[in-house]
Design a protein around this ligand. Structure first.
Ligand SMILES: N=c1c2ncn([C@@H]3O[C@H](COP(=O)(O)OP(=O)(O)OP(=O)(O)O)[C@@H](O)[C@H]3O)c2ncn1[C@@H]1O[C@H](COP(=O)(O)O)[C@@H](O)[C@H]1O
Length: 138
């Protein structure tokens, strides 16, 4: 992964980070998304991406589901010798197919990265408690 994940505000200095991932247009997710977008209407015989878009949403979603299961299976074996490489490859497959799904629905990967960045520093326990208190006041 080549993009930077520094927080929007550096907590120690309170200064904005110039490497904010939302403004980094050349990360691998964005580059791959550009390729995916340019292949979606292409020839299914010569492009895997075009093939999936040609088959439609159900096939794209099916692939994401299959890849997620393959990640779980690879993770279960990741403690075995030489199996970490397989886990890395399966996660790459899942991320790649997730990018295809996001492209299908018109969502940019940077929107997802920005959401993760927005959550940075907010404990999951704290966030859940906040959700409950908002629900109680509704
Ligand atoms: N990163 C990938 C990538 N990762 C995985 N795959 C393909 O995803 C497919 C499905 O993976 P599986 O593990 O499920 O393999 P499989 O069992 O053979 O698949 P199925 O027969 O079940 O469909 C395989 O054909 C892989 O080659 C990818 N195909 C393309 N890319 C990137 O997408 C770009 C555009 O690809 P094309 O549109 O094919 O030119 C390429 O330049 C690459 O950068």
């Amino acid at each position: 992964m080549t993009y930077d994940t520094k927080p929007i505000l550096d907590k120690a200095t309170n200064a904005s980070s110039p490497l904010d991932v939302r403004y980094t247009q050349d990360n691998i997710f964005m580059r791959l998304t550009k390729i995916i977008d340019s292949h979606k209407g292409g020839d299914p015989k010569s492009s895997y991406v075009a093939q999936l878009f040609h088959k439609g949403a159900d096939e794209i979603l099916k692939k994401v589901g299959e890849e997620a299961i393959e990640v779980v299976m690879a993770a279960k074996d990741a403690h075995l010798p030489h199996s970490r490489e397989n886990l890395i490859k399966e996660v790459a497959d899942l991320w790649f197919h997730s990018l295809i799904m996001l492209s299908y629905y018109g969502v940019k990967p940077n929107n997802v990265l920005a959401e993760l960045q927005r959550r940075e520093g907010l404990s999951g326990i704290e966030e859940k408690a906040l959700r409950k208190s908002v629900r109680a006041t509704e």
